[in-house]
Ligand binder design. Sequence first.
Ligand SMILES: Cc1ncc(COP(=O)(O)O)c(C=O)c1O
Length: 476
Amino acid sequence: MDPAEFRRAGHRLVEWIADYLEHSDRYPVLSRARPGEIRAALPQSAPETGEPFDRIFEDFERIVLPGITHWNHPGFMAYFAITGSGPGVLAEFLSAALNAQGMLWRTSPSVTELEEVALGWLRQLIGLPPAFEGVIYDTASVSSTHALASAREAKIPGVRELGLPGRADLPRLRVYCSEHAHSSIDKGVILLGLGHTALRRIPADDQFRMLPAALHQAIRDDKAAGFLPMAVVATVGTTSTTSVDPVPAIADIAEAEGLWLHVDAAYAGVAAMIPEYRHILEGCDRADSLVVNPHKWLFTPFDLSAFFCRRMDVLRHAFSLTPEYLRTVETAPVRNLMDTGVQLGRRFRALKLWMILRHFGAAGLRARLAEHMRLARLFAGWVDTHPDFERVAPVPFSVVCFRAKPTGREWTEADLETLNQELLDSINNKGDVFLSHTKLDGRFVLRLAIGHLGTTEHHVRLAWDELTGGLPALCR
Ligand SMILES: Cc1ncc(COP(=O)(O)O)c(C=O)c1O
């Protein structure tokens, strides 16, 4: 692209993005595209000759945009709602322009050192001690997989050299997590060659928190049956209900049994920045590793997962490998990011975290997180006082689990599921707000998640009005 065209297209794009960030609620949140529609509207092969940017952009608006579900929309309240904030978007521009690759300190000292600084700031903000060294990965799934790989490294002598298959000296391994832990833990266990059955899910109490006594019993039973317990994963902010496992009690057990303790705080960990929420990470100073995702609830454009580890030497032992062509000699010891994980190349994700922390400031971040939690409590209060709705889980953070259960009639679980699914579809199809669902103890449940910076009381009220307004027609 010649510089003049870049300048012109760039100005146009910046204008478009500024407008989008301000008015994304112009679009229906949930894409109305039918399966295959976007693909069918595009040519089957690449153009032989290059095309001007304006024409490409026309197709972006005409074909691609209708196939976008607008996560960066104040009405997006599904899954975990997120924000690609202005400073984060600008940082991504810069990062793409620099195209810096931080595999080695030498290949861009700022990529390595800004990552150290930004993660150090984040660590202090959430109250983890300095013994935790940080590294940025793309997602919590990858962070947790690295945690489990480190646990395997710590537990199994010679695993790096000999692997697992065919070793008569090794019993079957076990990893423990609650029945509400995220599926990324299953995938980590599968990827590491432990076999899916190595993951044992521990029952939770009536507030969806892992039962430590059940964990300890499971470990004892497994040992008696010849298994080798390897790691336990506690969750601070489970995916369905955002429940917080009792980490101090789990840490006691992990210590007593010699297990690696990993804490998945992907969504809720950032709330520990707020003094009244500091307790949610109680006991995490005793964990071996912890993940928190700025791309979930810290206004960071996808993707950026912060992995903190108290035993990074173990992780380095598992993954560092330096071929001659990557050997460097520096005037002082340096960190090379390629040593802390599977991937060699590292993109400059720290830039956006650093810019976001500076742009909002700690007080600004705390205020926004607190406001999201206030909005969630407000919505929960409406649910609690409406005769035709019920709340089905506590609201520790910014997610509300609830369902319609109209009075004046006996409902079977199957009928309630149909009713709530229809209600969900009807409001999502309107396009103003987008909610999702989960199942709790076999019950189909709606979830309203607040996490977008543009979401205000108006949007939460809109969701509630559409839910309560849509219900009578479905009950006829
Ligand atoms: C508790 C928890 N852990 C991990 C993940 C996986 O996150 P990622 O998409 O960053 O892999 C999620 C996703 O929602 C989650 O809720």
